[in-house]
Design a protein around this ligand. Structure first.
Ligand code: BES
Ligand code: MN
Ligand code: ZN
Length: 497
């Protein structure tokens, strides 16, 4: 999809689909909708005037109404999309509504469209939201279908009244939207086509393309670094592991400034190992590398946005398989940090690879840590497919992250890390055990990681609830979501100010 920002006479725009946004300005719960068109453009206001008063369109969130051959316009169709109530509408609603426009166009075989930047919002934030929302909406997961119908949109024009105000936000939005889609494309691949080795290759290609340093290490390096926890997960698989290290070290970053360590879980397929998972839904476990893919996508965006801060990403990629070489419940492993771990459940493998990933990030000089992982089914039980979980061992770092989330429009809900939960992962034979049982499963998993972050300020994102959506949304296809990319990029940028 080619996407451009333009100014000019909207009436003269030749397009198959011109899109404008509306809000409902009525206040009070049961008030009849009073619809406001979010453009000053007189020709468009006139073309849309009648349909706004008939009552057939209420401007609800992502509600659409289509007008053919609108009077006075060169465009062959005019699509109006609701942003809901004026008082509540934000650029985040614009992101979804712009996505809805793209997903309206795709199945109707409309291959190009133009979207009017709505007035009443900050122009840069809205331009960014439209760029992100439309690029994200253009993604479809049916890559391997012979009859793939939903081809990409060819070209999209965003029409702004003040190009300068919209420009910076727009360009960022393109970078971030494309990076999030890059993450989604990695997550969408099945286990046989996204092994740790292939994930390493994709990361290296991306790094090369955007000018980042990237190294991909194998089993030898795991042994050299004494990554006994990471190794215990990969030892049962015939696929070699990949320890992916991507570095962004801009000259603009101050010498004694922070170094941000991004650590991602990259389990390219999670069978559960000897504690094998039931077959129902096991195919979904191809998305168990979504945290790692989020870090790779975030690095792609960071390389292009160029914040003045050092960032290192570490992705621990492995396959979790049962075999004659696989680890067994009861085994004791020694992590890179020196801590001993009793393996209670081989299906609690994410925390094992991350334990060594966090230790390695610290060894490489990280002063602040963030990890992302599809870590527990329990986080989805707690939060549903609406919020991902966030944990933090440091209030200031958490505050920076939650401000970043407010800007990204993603949804994360903080869960606790009280010392009392530590009891659940106490082992009789080792320093810690890798499963705390059913109750508070997302929390005890985070408590385990906390032991390896130690005193370094650290954020943990459990994205198992959000990395894969089971239903289509008006603005996004079902499948891989690329969750956390936007928030991580925003979080990183806050350290450059
Ligand atoms: N990858 C899974 C978590 C998961 C479940 C992600 C569903 C996405 C959807 C993780 O490795 C896992 O198996 N966790 C176990 C932990 C338990 C054995 C302590 C879980 O959540 O059941
Ligand atoms: Mn597992
Ligand atoms: Zn897993």
């Amino acid at each position: 999809m080619k996407i451009t920002l333009q100014t000019g006479n909207t009436a003269a725009i030749e397009t198959e689909l011109l899109v404008a946004f509306t809000t409902d300005t009525a206040t009070g719960k049961d008030a009849k909708p009073e619809i406001s068109l979010l453009t000053e453009d007189e020709v468009i206001r006139k073309a849309a005037a009648n349909v706004l008063t008939t009552g057939e369109f209420a401007s609800g969130s992502n509600e659409t109404i289509l007008l053919h051959t609108p009077a006075g316009l060169k465009a062959t169709r005019l699509l109006l999309i609701g942003l809901g109530k004026t008082a509540k509408a934000t650029p985040h609603d614009v992101r979804k509504a712009a996505g809805t426009a793209v997903r309206f166009a795709k199945p109707r075989k409309l291959r190009e469209l133009a979207i009017l930047l709505p007035n009443g919002f900050d122009a840069a934030a809205t331009a960014r939201a439209i760029a992100e929302g439309t690029i994200l909406a253009d993604f479809d997961p049916d890559t391997y279908r012979s009859d793939r119908k939903d081809q990409s949109i060819d070209s999209l024009t965003v029409l702004a009244s003040d190009q300068k105000a919209a420009d910076a936000g727009f360009n960022e939005g393109v970078i971030i939207g494309e990076s999030q889609n890059f993450t989604r494309s990695l997550v969408n691949e099945p286990g046989n086509r996204m092994t740790p080795t292939i994930l390493g290759q994709r990361a290296a290609e991306m790094a090369q393309a955007v000018g980042l340093k990237c190294e991909v290490f194998g089993a030898d390096k795991l042994h050299e670094l004494k990554m006994g926890a990471f190794w215990s997960v990969t030892q049962g698989s015939d696929e070699p592991p990949a320890l992916i290290v991507i570095a962004y070290e801009p000259k603009t970053a101050p010498a004694n400034g922070p170094v941000l360590g991004l650590v991602g879980k990259g389990i390219t397929f999670d069978t559960g190992g000897i504690s094998i998972k039931p077959s129902d839904n096991m195919e979904k476990m191809k998305y168990d590398m979504a945290g790692g893919a989020a870090m790779i996508g975030a690095m792609r965006a960071i390389a292009q946005i160029k914040p003045a801060v050092k960032v290192i990403a570490i992705v621990c990629a492995a396959e979790n398989m049962p075999s004659g070489k696989a680890q067994k419940p009861g085994d004791v492993q020694i992590a890179m940090s020196g801590k001993s771990i009793e393996i209670i459940n081989t299906d609690a493998e994410g925390r094992l690879v991350l334990a060594d990933g966090l230790a390695y990030a610290k060894q490489l000089g990280a002063t602040h840590l963030i990890d992302a992982a599809t870590l527990t089914g329990a986080v989805a039980v707690a939060l549903g497919q609406v919020n991902a979980g966030v944990f933090a061992n440091d209030e200031e770092t958490y505050k920076i992250f939650s401000d970043a989330v407010a800007k990204s429009g993603e949804r994360f809900w903080r869960l606790p890390l009280d010392d009392d939960y530590r009891e659940q992962i106490r082992s009789d034979i080792a320093d810690i055990k890798n499963s705390g049982g059913r109750y508070g499963g997302a929390i005890t998993a985070a408590m385990f990681l906390k032991e390896f972050a130690e005193d370094t300020p650290w954020i943990h994102l459990d994205i198992a609830s959000m990395a894969w959506q089971d239903e289509n949304k008006p603005w996004a296809a079902k499948g891989p979501t690329g969750v956390a990319v936007r928030s991580i990029v925003e979080w990183v940028r806050s350290y450059a100010k």
